[in-house]
Write a protein that binds this ligand. Structure first.
Ligand code: SAH
Length: 230
């Protein structure tokens, strides 16, 4: 069971992506527990202020240290966390390897930034890990956090109904997945590869391995290099 506490200024943005499909089923089965915390609840004063102008006079607003510190401190009173993650465009790039590593942990905090970012002292003193979902900038950390949770949770045994299914996905074993087909076997003139209809598991497996390798060579050759390095 993994527990993920997400700190956000826009909890509604997380509810839908984390409230369906595999992630929801994992939560229902008790495999994953996701708690969403509204940073605004820890805001200062009657306006529940959570952001302020940046020192040095740049444009945009910066998340303040105090509400984040107080919320994380409260969480830490009850739980000992393996990682306190900040979603950030300059963090470690998320890939399947990192998702695999995180899926073995028990307790995570994920902090979503907004606006211009967060007071850098939070990153220096409270955050233990920074993760990016790609080299582009989004408006907030909620979508990146939802992406991270989905990638991690589907790897936990029992989350995906057929347990072997997550293991045969692309990037596991540094190979892309082979193509898949379903009925009808013939649609207009477009036919399913004959071998898949042969009923011969050995031939089917050979074909799938061959296709996985061919697609990886063509679409992600660097994965094969990583495979030979490991
Ligand atoms: N000024 C910052 C970007 C802030 S974007 C910079 O130039 O680096 C606002 C928030 O969105 C960030 O605090 C972060 O939490 C989130 N975010 C934006 N792009 C992201 C990405 N590619 N990966 C992860 N988080 C991202």
């Amino acid at each position: 069971m993994i527990r993920i506490d997400i700190i956000s200024l826009l909890p509604e943005l997380l509810e839908s992506p984390l409230g369906h499909s595999i992630v929801k089923r994992a939560a229902d089965k008790g495999i994953a527990q996701i708690n969403i915390h509204d940073l605004r609840d820890y805001g200062k004063g009657s306006y529940r202020q959570v952001d302020d102008y940046p020192f040095g006079g740049d444009a945009g607003m910066v998340l303040m240290i105090e509400p984040v510190y107080n919320l994380i401190s409260d969480l830490k009173k009850r739980v000992s966390y393996d990682e306190i993650i900040y979603m950030s465009p300059d963090g470690e790039l998320l890939n399947q390897n990192l998702a695999n590593r995180l899926s073995c942990l028990k307790n995570l905090i994920i902090l979503c930034g907004h606006y211009k970012g967060i007071d850098h002292r939070i990153r220096e003193h409270l955050i233990t890990m920074e993760i990016s979902i790609g080299d582009y900038v989004l408006s907030g950390g909620e979508i990146p956090a939802a992406v991270l949770c989905d990638a991690v949770i589907r790897l936990i045994p029992g989350a995906v109904s057929d347990e072997t299914s997550a293991l045969s996905d692309s990037f596991q074993d540094n190979l892309l997945a082979p193509p898949v087909y379903t009925r009808p076997a013939k649609f207009m003139e477009w036919e399913v590869p004959e071998v898949l209809l042969s009923g011969n598991p050995k031939l089917i497996k050979e074909w799938q391995d061959e296709m996985a390798l061919e697609r990886t060579e063509r679409l992600r050759p660097r994965l094969l290099k990583q495979k030979s390095d490991s």
